[in-house]
Write a protein that binds this ligand. Structure first.
Ligand code: GDP
Length: 528
């Protein structure tokens, strides 16, 4: 095996998806703890604690500040290198979260045991499903009163239309939560009295009939466990690794992240089951991780907090090859060569010393706005990666500079922001107003803050009557021209001067679609 093949075989790049408060931060902290990246774990913890005292908006702002550092957390466990990609934690849905999921190979879905599947879990799951991503489920907070575990399995199965197989099974809950039976490894894992950070110790059993269980558990608990396991064997399918890898079956773990419980069992599961870096589709061919030439795609842009610099960090997922600091890569869209001499490499505890990266790793590339979401960097091949999603704007607001003299500058700022992929921006034909389209309301606040700090233009966002935006296209240019001329009042241009129809309500859109059959009304525009 070559070094490249070996590194690929042992890389595991994943994300945690959860509804806010289910325990994503806590679980992240514990995973890092067991992975030996303890100082990082401390950082995550403070962040979790601070967060609760603050508003959603403050959360976003602070997340931006630390997000470069904590965007990718790398830890080693049992010979594997895990890259855990952070997804923004706030309630509002953001495009960043979606796109981050295009850069991972598997996900852990964390549920609150008292709540089951919540709205955000479901939305994030749907994004994972689009890519048939393998998902392991961790049902958290079993140290509190939780729903019946069978009910929870049913909830996942029904709500997400996913096959479920318990990997571990809880014994009691709340104050009487004694531990779990690890069904995959036939071990009894008991909650330890001492709360220090250590690994759960499993006691190997010969199945649930093992008399050891009677010594270790009160009689009624042992009986209940045996009864439950019998029911599981009757009701649940056997675990099928391929079905997990295809994203149609999820193994379910139970635990209490805050008490370190169940985390090790989950980590073991990821170590044995989670897939290595996947290949990536492109317009011309599939790019395989073991190819020796470096190729990667940009999936996220992070604007820097420093208002004096307009630097950005573009996050690239390395798809193939062995990347070394200083590599010269072709920026396919502009056909220019980029010298990546100061990448941010996220590696174990020695981030400073990292000089290289492997497929599945994430590289942060500082730049001045020339790198955009969806861009490919390669060692020469003209690759255009596909499958990086673009989102239909669901919320539209007008934006104006507080000082009208700054209107031109605002226009330039908005074009840059749109090029980055952080929002859609439209300029109306009549009135020349700027309209910004996003998918989550909180993005407006983030944008207002960015425009103020990065471009020094204080702005106001204002509600509009607008319902949605559609890019308009036609096979025959004359048809398009006729449509555009007849609908001036509802037309705008995006940052590339492509025409966009701004509908006032669903009726308005339906009407236009009916009246203009030659026109295509598109929800999104391809990134490139
Ligand atoms: P996030 O919003 O998903 O990142 O959730 P956090 O990790 O910040 O946790 C939300 C709240 O739940 C915090 O107060 C945690 O201390 C608490 N929490 C997390 N895990 C557990 C757990 O296993 N049991 C209990 N009782 N509380 C937990």
């Amino acid at each position: 095996m070559s070094m490249l093949e070996d590194r690929v075989a042992n890389r595991r790049t994943f994300a945690i998806i959860a509804h806010p408060d289910a325990g994503k931060t806590t679980l992240t902290e514990k995973l890092l703890l067991f992975g030996g990246a303890i100082q990082l774990a401390g950082a995550v913890k403070t962040r979790g604690e601070q967060r609760r005292a603050r508003s959603d908006w403050m959360k976003v702002e602070r997340e931006r500040g630390i997000s470069v550092a904590s965007s990718v957390m790398t830890f080693d466990y049992k010979g594997r290198t895990f890259n855990l990609l952070d997804t923004p934690g706030h309630e509002d849905f953001s495009e960043d979260t979606y796109r981050t999921l295009t850069a991972v190979d598997s996900a852990v879905m964390v549920l609150d045991g008292a709540k089951g599947i919540e709205t955000q879990t479901r939305k994030l799951f749907e994004v994972c499903r689009l890519r048939d991503m393998p998902i392991a489920t961790f049902i958290n907070k079993f140290d509190r009163e939780a729903l019946d575990p069978f009910e929870l399995l049913d909830d996942i199965e029904q709500t997400l239309a996913l096959d479920v197989v318990p990997a571990s099974w809880p014994i009691g809950m709340g104050r009487n939560f004694l531990g779990c039976y690890d069904l995959f490894r036939d071990q009894l894992v008991l909650v330890s009295k001492d709360k220090n950070n250590h690994l759960d110790e499993g006691i190997v059993c010969q199945g649930v009939e093992d008399p050891k269980i009677d010594e270790l558990l009160p009689e009624s608990y042992a009986a209940k466990l045996r009864e439950d396991v019998e029911m599981i064997r009757e009701l649940c399918p056997a675990f099928d690794l391929q079905a997990f890898l295809d994203g149609t079956m999820t193994p379910v773990y139970f635990g209490s992240a805050v008490n370190n419980f169940g985390v090790e069992t989950l980590l073991e599961g990821l170590t044995t089951m989670a897939p290595p870096p996947r290949s990536a589709p492109s317009a011309t061919r599939e790019i395989l991780p073991n190819e020796t030439k470096v190729a990667g795609f940009i999936f996220k842009i992070q604007a820097n907090m420093d208002p004096k610099h307009r630097d950005r960090i573009a996050f690239m997922r390395l798809v193939s090859g062995h990347f070394k600091r200083g590599a010269k890569l072709k920026h396919v869209r502009s056909a220019k060569t980029i010298n990546v001499h100061n990448p941010v490499l996220f590696l174990a505890q020695d981030r400073e010393l990292a000089e290289e990266a492997w497929p599945g790793d994430i590289i942060g590339i500082p730049n001045h706005g020339n790198l955009r979401i969806g861009d490919a960097l390669t060692e020469g091949e003209d690759i255009r990666f596909t499958g990086i999603p673009s989102f239909a704007p669901e919320l539209l607001q007008k934006v104006r500079p507080i000082d009208p003299m700054r209107a031109k500058h605002l226009g330039r700022a908005l074009i840059q922001i749109a090029e980055e992929g952080a929002a859609r921006t439209f300029k109306t034909r009549m009135g020349s107003d700027w309209v910004v389209g996003v998918v989550g309301a909180l993005q407006f606040e983030v944008l207002a803050d960015r425009i103020r700090t990065e471009y020094d233009i204080p702005v106001n966002f204002e509600q509009t009557e607008l319902y949605t935006a559609r890019w308009v296209e036609a096979d025959d240019h004359n048809d398009l021209k006729k449509f555009v001329d007849a609908n001036q009042a509802s037309l705008a241009e995006d940052h590339d001067d492509s025409p966009v129809f701004l509908a006032r309500n669903s009726w308005h859109l339906e009407r236009a679609e009916k009246d203009w059959p030659a026109i295509r009304f598109l929800k999104t525009k391809e990134q490139l």
